[in-house]
Ligand binder design. Structure first.
Ligand code: FVT
Ligand code: MG
Length: 327
């Protein structure tokens, strides 16, 4: 035998010398859930170790995230029930919870990169990402509101808006409005290949944003999010969003979709983000709690696999756990 592969695995030193994928704090985007109130830090039942924060505690959380070397956050808000409707009105409130959350993070840590979720589901009394009419989610009217919503986030100080709704053409609508209003430097991270996934369950608990079970209201998001059986369609969706002005594209969820991540990485020339979603987080937390999996080892294997597949950016509820482990 002239070639023996095990030579390159024979000590920790040689393994680290030839390692192809290295995880660092720079890889992460940290999702944060925000609620109204004061002094609120409530754990999400289906996401052990993950919390919703009121604005006062959001400031200290942002500082802690920054102190760990994490420099980017993705904000989500839990909207009070009485402010939900079918028009997205509250989403445009310049003094709404999201708009205040953006300012809170920027005041606490001015250098932090602030990205914001853009979709109507947290604001929708039906739990849909757009406006519902006659049993359908209306595409173009929803896109117009999402563009206005994005503008309010930009005005409040967001660095990037992150439309997660999957309406057709909304990246163009958002980019055009931001340009017209002079927000040339506000970026767009598009959830370009977002699948209709059952892994979002715990997130919908976190924001109380699941589709309602009412007559004439679609019970799922399959008419706008992608069919998990499809692969070529993800490329089409992603290339269209880049043409429409997306600066960063995203695949979501993570682990079950790493073939898609690699396909997209091979054909695009913009950064690719992957969202390791709430169900992925919950599965590992639950298995570890039962003693069935080694939490830290499996977490690192999963995160490394996402980066190895082609992700430049990983949105993950494990971000803090990972950087604490590797620092
Ligand atoms: N628009 C953001 C999400 O849907 C997140 C899903 C998850 O973490 O499960
Ligand atoms: Mg699309």
């Amino acid at each position: 035998m002239l070639r023996r592969n095990r030579r390159l695995r024979s000590s920790a030193a040689i393994r680290s010398l030839v390692r192809e994928t290295i995880i660092s704090p720079d890889d992460f985007l940290v999702p944060i859930f925000v609620v109204e109130g004061k002094g609120v830090k409530e754990e999400i039942a289906s996401m052990p170790g993950y919390y919703r924060y009121s604005l006062d505690l959001l400031a200290s959380e942002a500082k802690e995230i920054w102190s760990l070397g994490l420099k980017s956050v993705l904000l989500f808000v839990k909207v009070p029930e009485h402010l939900k409707d079918n028009s997205g009105k509250e989403a445009l409130n310049p003094n709404g919870l999201m708009q205040r959350a953006i300012k809170t993070v920027k005041d606490a840590v001015p250098e932090m990169l602030v990205m914001t979720d853009v979709a109507l589901d947290p604001y929708s009394k039906y739990g849909h990402d757009g406006i519902v009419s006659e049993g359908k989610i209306i595409n173009d009217d929803s896109s117009a509101i999402l563009a206005e919503m994005s503008l309010t986030h930009a005005i409040a100080g967001a660095d990037f808006v992150a439309p997660s709704d999957m309406m057709d053409g909304r990246i163009f609508e958002i980019r055009t409005l931001l340009e017209d209003e002079g927000f040339h430097d506000t970026g767009i991270m598009s959830y370009s290949a977002k699948y209709a996934s059952a892994f979002y369950g715990p997130f919908r608990d976190a924001l109380d944003s699941a589709p309602v079970d009412l007559k004439d209201i679609p019970k799922d998001k399959q008419s706008y999010q992608m069919d998990f059986a499809n692969r070529d369609e993800a490329i089409r969706e992603t290339l269209m969003d880049i043409e429409e002005g997306a600066d960063i594209v995203m695949v979501k969820p993570g682990l079950c979709y790493l073939d898609i991540v690699r396909d997209i990485r091979n054909v695009v020339d913009v950064p690719v983000a992957v969202y390791q979603v709430s169900g992925e987080y919950a599965m590992l937390k639950a298995a570890a709690e039962k003693g069935w999996l080694n939490h830290d080892a499996v977490m690192m294997e999963q995160i490394t696999a996402i980066k190895r597949a082609g992700a430049h950016i990983i949105a993950s509820y494990f971000a803090k756990d990972v950087v604490k482990l590797i620092s």
